[in-house]
Design a protein around this ligand. Sequence first.
Ligand code: ADP
Ligand code: MG
Length: 444
Amino acid sequence: MRSISRKNKVGKDTALANIIRMVQDAQGSKVPIQRVVDVVSGYFTPAVMILAVIGFVVWYVFGPEPALTYALIVGVTTLIIACPCALGMATPMSLTTGIGLGAQNGILIRSGDALQMAARLQYIVMDKTGMITRGKPEVTDVIAEAGFEAGINEDELLRLAAAVERSSEHPLASAIVEGTKARGLALPETASFQAIPGHGVEADVAGRRVLLGNAKLMADRGIALGRLEAEARRLADDGKTPMYLAIDGTAAGIVAAADTVKADSIAALKRLGLEVVMITGDNRRTAEAIGRQVGIDRVLADVLPQDKAHNVQSLQLEGRSVGMVGDGINDAPALAQSDVGFAIGTGTDVAIAASDVPLISGSLRGVVTAIEISKATMGNVYQNLFGAFVYNSLGIPVALGLLYPFTGLLLSPLLAALAMSFSSVTVITNANRLRRWKAKEVAP
Ligand code: ADP
Ligand code: MG
């Protein structure tokens, strides 16, 4: 028996079953506005019953003959027309449709809360690497410090950098290793590799301690940068990420890498009225240069991986609702902290578990679609609620016979029942309209 259950995940444990369960749970959840509707309905029903009784009594006492007949008609008609069943359906119909729509587009909106929140996000925070840029940087410049051991040339610098980076998983590391191989350079052996998260890497190469990383790392180690600092500034202003290389505690040069930006989804998010915030461990100059390229004004730079959640919280403390887009394990706390966390599908299970809206599509385009669907769904919810309330509030006075003294108009129970079902049909039809929603194609 055990071997069977261990071999494969079956039935309710498969990824697909998980997704289906997530969608079903979400469709069964409530939009927060529904709680307001529930409270209102709680008062509405007894209020209608009291009105019906008052109507009955008033017509019985003051109404025309046959008094009992008129009184009964008024009482019953009031009860029928006020039946809040359209009201009861208004939000669940739209929510079910909206969440289903998301699922069709590879977007799991995990609850009604997430949907309502997503529709009115103000900030959307995202990593520079992989979200705003392609996530595949390439080496652009190698600058050897002329004053260092007359003799170190650019190829040697790159070889040392690549040797150290060989053991790192950072996108910048791949850029350097690939760039070095592409130039046909062989990588020397290394020992005692160490990664310093958010700062850089170091290792022993042929008996020399090689350190590679950002200005913070160099400052921490007390390494003077001299004229390299001005070179780094120039590179950073071009949107390139400069990495200093130091050998045995002396700065020897700079290796810079740059990534391609993807601006289309950023523009789409801004059109939806969101302010896009870039978060990155990279230096401020580089981050701001890239921000300028894609039209992002708000840049959180020099952020250590463990400080992302804290940065999200600071934005929330400005009184804004903050969405976060993430993909890695170290994004999980920030995803959980945000009002709506979007996990890009290529991400880890942890990130998906910590998010409110996992995206199977695996691109920023999915975030745009998720927010568009949420806005469309909430719009539909409000239309439905408006429709349902208008029916009831217009219908009740007519049913009570308030128009009778002036026009002789009195609603029959039959017409009331018809109007009532018509209000439900309206709500259903309107919710169905959502089904026809289509993601807008964007030019790449
Ligand atoms: P991000 O994910 O935004 O790139 P990180 O915290 O991973 O931020 O890195 C922040 C900065 O630390 C990088 O911009 C780079 O300057 C430096 N750094 C981190 N890892 C490496 C590495 N493997 N090689 C060189 N520099 C690194
Ligand atoms: Mg990172």
